[in-house]
Ligand binder design. Structure first.
Ligand SMILES: [Zn+2]
Length: 213
Protein backbone atom coordinates (compact mmCIF):
# COMPACT_ATOMS: atom_id res chain seq x y z
CA UNK A 1 0.00 0.00 0.00
CA UNK A 2 1.30 3.43 -0.93
CA UNK A 3 -0.03 6.46 0.92
CA UNK A 4 0.47 10.10 0.06
CA UNK A 5 -1.28 13.02 1.68
CA UNK A 6 -1.07 16.59 0.47
CA UNK A 7 -2.50 19.99 1.30
CA UNK A 8 -3.25 23.12 -0.66
CA UNK A 9 -1.48 23.19 -3.99
CA UNK A 10 1.42 21.17 -2.63
CA UNK A 11 1.22 18.13 -4.87
CA UNK A 12 3.09 18.72 -8.11
CA UNK A 13 1.81 17.32 -11.37
CA UNK A 14 4.89 15.12 -11.61
CA UNK A 15 4.38 13.69 -8.13
CA UNK A 16 0.70 13.04 -8.81
CA UNK A 17 1.37 11.23 -12.08
CA UNK A 18 3.99 8.98 -10.51
CA UNK A 19 1.68 8.12 -7.61
CA UNK A 20 -1.23 7.37 -9.96
CA UNK A 21 0.97 5.10 -12.02
CA UNK A 22 1.57 2.93 -8.96
CA UNK A 23 -2.02 3.08 -7.70
CA UNK A 24 -1.10 5.04 -4.61
CA UNK A 25 -3.79 6.30 -2.30
CA UNK A 26 -3.59 10.08 -2.60
CA UNK A 27 -5.46 11.98 0.11
CA UNK A 28 -6.25 15.66 0.36
CA UNK A 29 -5.60 16.85 3.92
CA UNK A 30 -6.34 20.49 3.16
CA UNK A 31 -7.79 22.28 6.16
CA UNK A 32 -7.25 19.42 8.60
CA UNK A 33 -4.06 19.42 10.66
CA UNK A 34 -4.81 16.01 12.14
CA UNK A 35 -5.84 14.04 9.05
CA UNK A 36 -2.33 12.76 8.34
CA UNK A 37 -1.98 10.96 11.65
CA UNK A 38 -5.49 9.55 11.39
CA UNK A 39 -4.86 8.30 7.86
CA UNK A 40 -1.66 6.62 9.01
CA UNK A 41 -3.35 4.98 12.02
CA UNK A 42 -6.12 3.66 9.82
CA UNK A 43 -3.75 1.96 7.38
CA UNK A 44 -1.19 0.80 9.94
CA UNK A 45 -1.19 -2.88 10.76
CA UNK A 46 -2.45 -4.37 7.52
CA UNK A 47 -0.87 -7.51 6.16
CA UNK A 48 1.21 -5.67 3.61
CA UNK A 49 4.08 -3.17 3.69
CA UNK A 50 3.10 0.47 3.99
CA UNK A 51 4.96 2.96 1.86
CA UNK A 52 4.53 6.59 2.82
CA UNK A 53 5.40 9.33 0.35
CA UNK A 54 5.10 13.03 1.01
CA UNK A 55 3.88 15.51 -1.54
CA UNK A 56 7.22 16.98 -2.54
CA UNK A 57 8.98 13.76 -3.54
CA UNK A 58 8.69 11.76 -6.74
CA UNK A 59 8.03 8.04 -6.53
CA UNK A 60 10.26 6.25 -9.04
CA UNK A 61 10.71 2.61 -10.11
CA UNK A 62 14.20 2.82 -8.59
CA UNK A 63 12.75 3.64 -5.17
CA UNK A 64 10.23 0.82 -5.40
CA UNK A 65 12.89 -1.66 -6.51
CA UNK A 66 15.19 -0.61 -3.69
CA UNK A 67 12.47 -1.18 -1.10
CA UNK A 68 11.21 -4.37 -2.73
CA UNK A 69 14.55 -6.15 -2.49
CA UNK A 70 15.28 -5.13 1.10
CA UNK A 71 14.49 -7.33 4.06
CA UNK A 72 14.80 -4.61 6.67
CA UNK A 73 11.68 -3.41 8.44
CA UNK A 74 11.99 0.36 8.45
CA UNK A 75 13.40 1.57 5.15
CA UNK A 76 13.95 5.20 4.31
CA UNK A 77 15.41 7.42 1.68
CA UNK A 78 17.01 10.45 3.23
CA UNK A 79 16.55 13.95 1.87
CA UNK A 80 17.44 17.50 2.61
CA UNK A 81 15.05 19.61 4.56
CA UNK A 82 12.96 21.71 2.14
CA UNK A 83 12.74 25.46 1.96
CA UNK A 84 9.34 26.88 1.05
CA UNK A 85 8.59 27.64 -2.58
CA UNK A 86 6.72 30.86 -1.90
CA UNK A 87 6.52 33.05 1.17
CA UNK A 88 3.37 35.12 0.92
CA UNK A 89 2.98 38.17 3.19
CA UNK A 90 -0.60 39.04 4.11
CA UNK A 91 -1.66 42.70 4.18
CA UNK A 92 -1.81 44.62 7.45
CA UNK A 93 -4.82 46.70 8.64
CA UNK A 94 -4.03 49.43 6.13
CA UNK A 95 -3.99 46.90 3.28
CA UNK A 96 -0.24 47.17 2.83
CA UNK A 97 2.39 44.44 2.66
CA UNK A 98 5.23 46.94 2.98
CA UNK A 99 5.86 45.66 6.47
CA UNK A 100 6.98 42.33 5.09
CA UNK A 101 10.08 43.07 3.02
CA UNK A 102 12.54 42.29 5.78
CA UNK A 103 10.52 39.44 7.27
CA UNK A 104 10.32 37.63 3.92
CA UNK A 105 14.06 38.02 3.39
CA UNK A 106 14.90 36.73 6.85
CA UNK A 107 12.46 33.81 6.61
CA UNK A 108 13.89 32.90 3.23
CA UNK A 109 17.48 33.07 4.46
CA UNK A 110 16.80 30.97 7.52
CA UNK A 111 14.81 28.41 5.55
CA UNK A 112 17.52 28.11 2.90
CA UNK A 113 20.22 27.71 5.53
CA UNK A 114 18.22 24.96 7.24
CA UNK A 115 17.54 23.29 3.89
CA UNK A 116 21.25 23.17 3.12
CA UNK A 117 22.24 22.00 6.56
CA UNK A 118 19.81 19.28 7.56
CA UNK A 119 19.49 15.86 6.00
CA UNK A 120 16.50 13.93 7.28
CA UNK A 121 16.66 10.18 7.78
CA UNK A 122 13.65 8.55 9.38
CA UNK A 123 11.13 11.18 8.34
CA UNK A 124 8.11 10.17 6.31
CA UNK A 125 9.08 11.73 3.01
CA UNK A 126 9.84 8.36 1.41
CA UNK A 127 9.59 5.46 3.84
CA UNK A 128 8.52 1.84 3.80
CA UNK A 129 7.39 -0.09 6.87
CA UNK A 130 7.27 -3.85 6.65
CA UNK A 131 4.09 -5.69 7.59
CA UNK A 132 6.00 -7.43 10.38
CA UNK A 133 7.09 -4.15 11.95
CA UNK A 134 3.52 -2.81 11.88
CA UNK A 135 2.24 -5.96 13.50
CA UNK A 136 4.89 -5.93 16.23
CA UNK A 137 4.33 -2.24 17.02
CA UNK A 138 0.59 -2.81 17.19
CA UNK A 139 -2.12 -0.30 16.48
CA UNK A 140 -1.34 3.39 16.73
CA UNK A 141 -3.51 5.64 18.88
CA UNK A 142 -5.93 7.21 16.42
CA UNK A 143 -7.59 9.26 19.16
CA UNK A 144 -4.38 11.24 19.73
CA UNK A 145 -4.36 14.73 18.26
CA UNK A 146 -1.11 14.71 16.33
CA UNK A 147 -0.31 17.67 14.09
CA UNK A 148 0.65 16.74 10.54
CA UNK A 149 4.14 18.17 10.87
CA UNK A 150 5.08 16.07 13.89
CA UNK A 151 3.72 12.73 12.70
CA UNK A 152 7.27 11.57 11.98
CA UNK A 153 8.54 12.86 15.33
CA UNK A 154 5.72 10.99 17.03
CA UNK A 155 6.37 7.70 15.30
CA UNK A 156 10.17 7.80 15.45
CA UNK A 157 10.56 7.25 19.23
CA UNK A 158 7.95 4.48 19.19
CA UNK A 159 9.95 2.58 16.61
CA UNK A 160 13.25 3.30 18.36
CA UNK A 161 11.87 2.07 21.67
CA UNK A 162 10.89 -1.17 19.97
CA UNK A 163 14.48 -1.65 18.82
CA UNK A 164 14.15 -0.46 15.21
CA UNK A 165 16.44 1.92 13.38
CA UNK A 166 15.89 3.54 9.99
CA UNK A 167 17.63 1.65 7.21
CA UNK A 168 19.24 4.20 4.90
CA UNK A 169 18.58 3.64 1.19
CA UNK A 170 20.51 6.74 0.12
CA UNK A 171 19.56 10.30 -0.54
CA UNK A 172 16.90 11.50 -2.95
CA UNK A 173 16.71 15.06 -4.18
CA UNK A 174 14.26 17.40 -2.53
CA UNK A 175 13.80 19.71 -5.45
CA UNK A 176 10.06 19.92 -5.46
CA UNK A 177 9.68 22.45 -2.74
CA UNK A 178 6.01 22.62 -3.28
CA UNK A 179 4.85 24.08 -0.04
CA UNK A 180 4.05 27.72 0.46
CA UNK A 181 3.64 29.66 3.63
CA UNK A 182 1.86 32.88 4.57
CA UNK A 183 3.23 35.49 6.94
CA UNK A 184 0.72 37.44 9.00
CA UNK A 185 1.34 41.11 9.80
CA UNK A 186 3.23 41.78 13.06
CA UNK A 187 1.00 41.73 16.12
CA UNK A 188 1.58 43.20 19.54
CA UNK A 189 5.23 43.26 20.51
CA UNK A 190 6.26 42.64 16.91
CA UNK A 191 5.52 38.93 16.81
CA UNK A 192 4.83 37.45 13.40
CA UNK A 193 2.58 34.45 12.86
CA UNK A 194 2.82 32.21 9.87
CA UNK A 195 1.00 29.17 8.52
CA UNK A 196 1.51 26.63 5.79
CA UNK A 197 -0.89 27.10 2.89
CA UNK A 198 -3.45 24.33 3.22
CA UNK A 199 -3.13 23.89 6.99
CA UNK A 200 -4.79 26.07 9.62
CA UNK A 201 -2.26 25.85 12.45
CA UNK A 202 -0.35 29.05 13.05
CA UNK A 203 3.18 29.29 14.37
CA UNK A 204 4.59 32.34 16.06
CA UNK A 205 8.02 33.93 16.05
CA UNK A 206 9.15 36.94 18.05
CA UNK A 207 10.67 40.13 16.62
CA UNK A 208 14.18 39.00 17.54
CA UNK A 209 13.74 36.08 15.15
CA UNK A 210 12.63 37.88 12.03
CA UNK A 211 14.21 41.31 12.30
CA UNK A 212 17.86 41.93 11.64
CA UNK A 213 19.73 43.23 14.64
ZN1 LIG B 1 15.98 -1.23 3.67
Amino acid sequence: MILCGFAGNGLSQESREALDEWNAEVLDFTGDDYAYWQALCKRWGSLEPLLVMEQDHILTPKILASFACCREDWCCFSYKYAAPRHIIPLPDASGSTDWAAKAVTVFRQKANTAAEKFVILGGLGCTRFSAGLQRRIGSLDSSARILWDVVDNTLFPVLKAAGYAPHDHGQIPHEHKTFDLCLHPPGDAGTVEWHYVGYPTRYKVGPDWWRDE
